[in-house]
Design a protein around this ligand. Structure first.
Ligand code: FAD
Length: 387
């Protein structure tokens, strides 16, 4: 399948592979153990010129779409899933900023992102609406030359570490329909912005998915993205395809790493009483073949979805929706089987496979969740309104 990647994406992926090999993978065990945000990983990705992946070329970026995001994030995820998710959320937020960027936003955000000097992230989730992230209860009102924002966001990737956050809010219009929301860029050092306690997740422990408290936060009017309340194009044109592709890449990498570790372990593990390896047991061979097929099918689906999305194909939406649901099933089932095949070695505290199993579990609950994705895909196929 690699031969189908355009040459420019292959080159970008090679850069990501080198950074992963030299900087990201060696940090992964510590990042997980200490729940440490992977600062060196993100800095190295910036120095390698990869922070501007989804920034348009006219603003100094690579101008990549879904397939580029998939290939680069997958390469990073092979070394550290937390680093991949922080990078992915940055790229998604950058794509949201870029979609309708004004000249001010281009100079203030996109150019520094492309130069590797600015990290951003996506802040949609709230506890009230849970996984229904297309709704928002965060309040927005105008006050002179500023917006004033009040609300509590949860699970903000790179929380407390990024330079800015793309935040969803209600529309400030008094006659707004329920569910109409706006997006704006909130600087980390804006007055009224603070973060809740550090993230201690079961998995994705380097993600710093903290709560973001906006208490009368003042944000310049120029930081509004698009028009007020125009959530529909954000959700289905930008957020959904980029967000889902980025997550598919991360969890596909988790599944591939688990498969690779399993193959290595069952080949190397020999019994003293027979001299044979685990790899010689037919029942385990059967499971390995099944794991391999699940990973390959998912990988093909995910790349196919990204290509359809980049081409603007009419079938892109259900394919992208179901590819993230499929990745979640594969990542959880393959890491689970890997734990069984690798026996006691995998069950050690902080073993690499145990980390992958914990990381994989986040895939189903990261919105849009697997339940939501199945419903949206079915409605899209059946010609029903998605929301
Ligand atoms: C590691 C990690 C990183 C994250 N990073 C970000 C980020 O960067 N930015 C961000 O905005 N958010 C982020 N999130 C948040 C995430 O996207 C979800 O919003 C959050 O996990 C939802 O949690 P919840 O417990 O409120 O879900 P709930 O809404 O309570 O859902 C719980 C379960 O019920 C199901 N469910 C809920 N409603 C229905 C229904 N009507 N019908 C059927 N099933 C339903 C869901 O599918 C889910 O399985 C992150 C989460 C994690 C775990």
């Amino acid at each position: 399948m690699d031969h189908a990647l355009p040459a420019r994406i292959r080159l970008l992926r090679e850069v990501a592979e080198a950074v992963t090999r030299e900087v990201i993978a060696p940090q992964a065990e510590r990042v997980d153990r200490d729940a440490a945000w992977p600062e060196q990983s993100l800095r190295a990705l910036g120095e390698a010129g990869l922070l501007g992946l989804t920034v348009p070329r006219h603003a100094g970026g690579e101008g990549e779409g879904l397939e580029g995001l998939l290939a680069v994030t997958e390469a990073i995820g092979r070394g550290c899933a937390s680093s991949a998710l922080c990078y992915a959320m940055h790229c998604v937020a950058a794509a949201v900023i870029a979609a309708k960027a004004t000249p001010y936003q281009r100079e203030r955000y996109l150019e520094p992102i492309a130069a590797g000097r600015h990290l951003t992230s996506l802040s949609l989730s709230e506890s009230g609406v849970g996984s229904h992230v297309y709704l928002s209860e965060t309040e927005l009102r105008r006050d002179g030359g500023d917006f004033v924002v009040d609300g509590l966001k949860q699970f903000v990737t790179s929380g407390g570490h990024a330079d800015s956050y793309v935040v969803s809010t209600m529309s400030s219009a008094t006659d707004a329909e329920p569910g109409e929301f706006s997006c704006l860029v909130v600087d980390a050092d804006a007055p009224g912005v603070s973060f809740l306690e550090p993230w201690q997740g079961m998995g994705m422990r380097g993600n710093s998915s903290r709560g973001l408290l906006l208490e009368g936060a003042r944000v310049p009017l120029e930081n509004l993205l698009g028009e007020e309340g125009d959530q529909v194009w954000y959700v289905f044109d930008i957020v959904v395809p980029y967000f889902l592709t980025a997550m598919s890449a991360t969890y596909l990498a988790v599944a591939r790493s688990a498969l690779e570790l399993t193959v290595h372990h069952v080949r190397e593990r020999h019994f003293s009483h027979t001299g044979s390896a685990l790899a010689d047991a037919p029942v385990l061979q059967d499971t390995v073949a099944d794991m391999w097929a699940r990973v390959e099918k998912t990988r093909h689906l995910v790349y196919h979805a990204a290509r359809l999305g980049d081409a603007g194909d009419v079938d892109a939406l259900p394919t992208i929706l179901m590819s993230k649901a499929d990745v979640a099933e594969t990542a959880v089932s393959v890491t689970n089987d890997a734990m069984t095949l690798c026996g006691g070695a995998a069950y050690r505290e902080n073993a690499q496979l145990a980390r992958l199993l914990r990381d994989a579990r986040a895939s189903h609950v990261m919105a849009p969740t697997t339940h939501t994705l199945r419903q949206w895909a079915a409605r899209s196929i059946l010609g029903r309104p998605l929301l």
